[in-house]
Write a protein that binds this ligand. Structure first.
Ligand SMILES: Cc1cc2nc3c(=O)[nH]c(=O)nc-3n(C[C@H](O)[C@H](O)[C@H](O)COP(=O)(O)OP(=O)(O)OC[C@H]3O[C@@H](n4cnc5c(N)ncnc54)[C@H](O)[C@@H]3O)c2cc1C
Length: 475
């Protein structure tokens, strides 16, 4: 039997498949599209996602294919210098097109042993005490122990589960595409700069080889957003804002997106879970959706693998929702706030001026960057040390770097005392005795996703915490 079926081979689905394979879980990804999409949505990875790639040894694949940009203007486009000493080894925005991210994560999952079946659309599901039965559009039935719906904002899995998706429908829409122009680059740059003074949601910028990425407000909200706009529609909307259409021609692709904001009521129903856009949608302000999905997968992967392997402690799988639902709710709120701050109405403009003043306080900008890049996330593991619940940044050790030791996706006890032991859990937790000038704690227990589960120096205390995350000891 398949252990886990992942519905949807977007970034969330393939990231999850790669994580599950680290633990030997038999995983099949079902992707309805026969070919990868050419539509370029996300343009970058934030610091926490870069760290995630680093923790799994994937950064060498990403770095040559992208570009590092300073972290200015990540909140509502309000430009402020990035504060010094951000709590990350990767204090930059990593520009990389989504199709490249998708490809690299897919290659990693396949190399790790995941099976990806393209042209397979999930249309039905049922579950019982032992597993899930999935039905494909061609009538094929598959059986697995778990199913994860990573099938995007219009998730079929979410609909079939009957999980509510409350929030606000789209009130605005934008047209997006990659096109060629007859106007000179200088003219385009000058006209776009002027238009953006009053239309923040408009942009036409070069992406190389004479191709431009164009975004323009649509005339209304389409009944069916899966139907792409025509080139004439895009031309017309560019002209509406800029007074010229720059001689737009030869579209590589055209698409539309809206500002709907919704959050799934539940992330789990029995043996079926939701992750990525299937669980949450919001406007692309601050570039967070893909990052959020990748980090959902990073949180869920080891927990689901623990269930499949049979060592998951009570409540571990449910902690996926407990931890990730509030994170998504917070992203929805910060995108709602950013959308307001880009409105041209006098009230929001006044709020934007005030926010800009506040962001002159370095701590305010640091806090907002912590939110948008997700390096500021702290899961609620109760009272305790300031690191508890946070992910530990990459730190230098005598033997190298911490993240180099986390590629296998196991727990890790970083022990500066040399007196502790993980006997009984050594099959799930690595014990690293080393010292770091950057760690102000005697020892820290890290979960496979790098979040700090325990800090201390007392063996009995450690033995009391290990079962919470790693289950019963083996003798
Ligand atoms: C204009 C725009 C700009 C954006 N910019 C950014 C950005 O800069 N940074 C950022 O982090 N995010 C950005 N996003 C958001 C980001 O693109 C999404 O959040 C991300 O793609 C979500 O990934 P996913 O894997 O959860 O879902 P998707 O990428 O939607 O993938 C879902 C997959 O499931 C497949 N599928 C659907 N139904 C089925 C089915 N029934 N059976 C099998 N397969 C199915 C689909 O074909 C698809 O391949 C942007 C979005 C837009 C629209």
């Amino acid at each position: 039997m398949i252990d886990v079926i992942v519905a949807g081979g977007g970034p969330t689905g393939v990231m999850l498949a790669g994580e599950l394979r680290l633990h030997g879980v038999r995983v099949v990804v079902l992707e309805k599209d026969a070919e990868p999409t050419k539509i370029e949505r996300s343009l970058g990875l934030h610091a926490r996602s870069v760290e995630v790639m680093d923790q799994r040894g994937l950064l060498e694949r990403f770095h040559p294919l992208g570009q590092q940009y300073p972290l200015r203007g990540v909140f509502a486009g309000i430009i402020k210098p990035s504060p010094d000493r951000l709590d990350t080894a990767h204090p930059y925005l990593f520009g990389i097109p989504q199709t490249t991210t998708d490809r690299l994560l897919t290659e990693h999952a396949v190399e790790a042993g995941a099976e990806i079946r393209r042209g397979c659309e999930l249309v039905g599901l049922s579950q019982d005490a032992d597993g899930v039965t999935v039905e494909l559009a061609d009538g094929t039935r598959l059986r697995s122990r778990y199913l994860v719906g990573c099938d995007g904002g219009r998730s079929t899995v979410r609909r079939l589960l009957g999980v509510g998706f409350p929030g606000e429908p789209a009130s605005k829409e934008w047209l997006l595409g990659e096109v060629e122009l007859t106007a000179s680059p200088e003219t385009v740059a000058a006209v776009v700069a002027e238009a953006r003074e009053t239309h923040k949601g408009f942009g036409v910028g070069p992406i190389g080889d004479g191709v431009y990425r164009a975004v323009a407000p649509a005339a209304g909200v389409a009944e069916d957003r899966t139907v792409p706009p025509t080139l004439d529609e895009l031309k017309h909307q560019i002209r509406e804002v800029a007074g010229t259409d720059f001689g737009v021609h030869s579209a590589r692709w055209l698409s539309r997106f809206g500002d709907a904001t919704r959050l799934a009521e539940r992330y789990r129903v029995g043996r079926v879970l939701l992750a990525g856009d299937a669980a949450h949608i919001h406007p692309p302000m601050g570039g967070q959706g893909l990052n959020l999905g990748i980090q959902d997968a990073f949180n869920l992967g080891w927990k689901l693998a623990a269930e499949v392997d049979g060592w998951a402690p009570e409540g571990l799988l449910d902690s996926y929702q407990t931890e990730r639902h509030p994170v998504a709710a917070d992203v929805l709120d910060n995108t709602r706030a950013q959308v307001e701050l880009t409105s041209l109405e006098p009230g929001p403009q006044a709020a934007r001026r005030l926010m800009s003043e506040l962001m002159d306080f370095e701590e305010v900008t640091r806090y907002l960057i912590g939110k948008i890049t997700a390096i500021g996330i702290r899961y609620d593991f109760g009272e305790g040390h300031e690191l508890l619940g946070r992910r530990l940044r990459d730190i230098g050790l005598k033997r190298g770097r911490l993240y180099e030791l986390m590629h296998g996706g196991r727990g890790l006890l970083l022990d500066q005392t040399g007196r502790l032991s993980v006997a009984g859990w050594a099959d799930r937790v690595d014990h690293v005795v080393d010292v770091s000038e950057e760690l102000d704690a005697p020892a820290a227990l890290l979960r496979p996703d790098g979040h700090v589960a325990w800090v201390g120096e007392d063996q009995q205390d450690l033995v009391g915490q290990l079962p919470t995350w790693f289950g019963a000891p083996v003798s």
